[in-house]
Design a protein around this ligand. Structure first.
Ligand code: AP5
Length: 235
C-alpha cells in the first residue's frame, strides 16, 4: 500500500442534493465525540443519505496547514500539540464555509463545535437540529487512532485492523492507490487530544442536552450498527 505522510487532501465535497430520507425539521447536524470516536467515518456514510455536506474543521485546518496560509501556520502549533485551535480562528473558518452554495440546506459538522463559545457563535449563524454524540471509552481510542489511514484521493477512512480496504492497497470508494496517515495520529498527541476533549469539549454536551437536541450513541460497536442508530436519531 502506498502511504503518504502528508495530510493535505480532505474528502471531496458532495454536490448539493435534496434531503431524502430525513424529517422536514432536520437542519444542520453536529457530530460530537472524542478523537477517534468515528465522527469522520459516520459523516461519510450519513452525508450520502442526507445530502448534507460534511464540514470537518480538522480537514479544513489540515488543508490550511498544507497550503501554508496564515491560518494554517497559526493552527499547526496547536494541532501538533494536540490542543484546540483558538475559537476565533475556527469560527471565522466556519462563517466563510457556510456561505458556500452547497451549505444552503444545512451542513453536517464533523468535529465542530468543541467549546461553548463555538456553539454560541454557531447558534447565531445557523440552526442545529441534532447533535449526535458518539461515545467511545478512552482505552479504545489509542488503538483506533494509531491504526487509521485515509485515501489520499477521496478521504475515505480505513483502519489497519478494524476496517482495512477490501482489496489491499486499493480504496473501496474511488479505487485510489495512495493512502496517508495524519501527523497527529501518534500515541503522545492522542493523550493530549483526549485531555482537551474531556476538559474543554465534554462540558458542551450538557449545553446541547439542555436544549433537547442531544443524542447519545454507543460508538463502541460495529460501524453499521452505529450508522443505523444515527439514522434512527435523525428521523
Ligand atoms: P480532527 O481532525 O477533528 O480530529 P479529532 O476530533 O481528534 O477526530 P478524529 O478525526 O481523530 O477522529 P474521528 O472521530 O473522525 O474518527 P474516525 O472516523 O477517523 O481535529 C484535529 C485537530 O484539529 C484537533 O486536535 C485540534 O487541534 C484541531 N481542531 C479541529 N476542529 C477544531 C475545533 N472545532 N476547535 C478547535 N480545534 C479544532 O475513526 C478513527 C479510526 O477508527 C479510523 O481508522 C476508523 O476506520 C476506525 N473506526 C471508526 N469507527 C469504528 C468502529 N465502530 N469500530 C472500530 N473502528 C472504527
Amino acid at each position: 500500500m502506498a502511504i503518504l505522510r502528508s495530510s493535505v487532501v480532505g474528502p471531496a465535497r458532495p454536490t448539493v442534493k435534496a434531503k431524502t430520507v430525513y424529517a422536514e425539521h432536520m437542519e444542520s447536524i453536529v457530530l460530537f465525540g472524542p478523537p477517534g470516536a468515528g465522527k469522520g467515518t459516520q459523516a461519510q456514510r450519513i452525508t450520502e443519505s442526507t445530502g448534507l455536506p460534511q464540514v470537518s474543521t480538522g480537514d479544513m485546518l489540515r488543508a490550511a496547514v498544507a497550503a501554508g496560509t496564515q491560518t494554517g501556520m497559526e493552527a499547526k502549533k496547536y494541532m501538533d500539540a494536540g490542543q484546540l485551535v483558538p475559537d476565533q480562528v475556527i469560527i471565522d473558518l466556519i462563517k466563510d464555509r457556510i456561505q458556500e452554495n452547497d451549505a444552503v440546506n444545512g451542513v453536517m459538522f464533523d468535529g465542530f463545535t468543541r467549546t461553548i463559545p463555538q456553539a454560541e457563535a454557531l447558534a447565531n449563524i445557523t440552526t442545529v437540529s441534532h447533535v449526535i454524540s458518539i461515545e467511545v471509552p478512552d482505552e479504545r481510542i489509542v488503538e483506533r487512532i494509531c491504526g487509521r489511514y485515509t485515501c489520499a484521493n477521496c478521504g475515505a477512512v480505513y483502519h489497519d485492523s478494524f476496517k482495512p480496504t477490501a482489496e489491499e492497497g486499493k480504496c473501496d470508494s474511488c479505487g485510489g492507490l495512495e493512502f496517508k496517515r495524519r501527523a497527529d495520529d501518534n500515541a503522545d498527541t492522542v493523550m493530549s487530544r483526549l485531555e482537551a476533549y474531556h476538559t474543554q469539549t465534554s462540558p458542551l454536551g450538557e449545553w446541547y442536552n439542555s436544549k433537547g437536541i442531544f443524542h447519545v450513541i454507543d460508538g463502541d460497536r460495529a460501524i453499521d450498527q452505529i450508522t443505523d442508530d444515527i439514522i434512527a436519531a435523525l428521523k
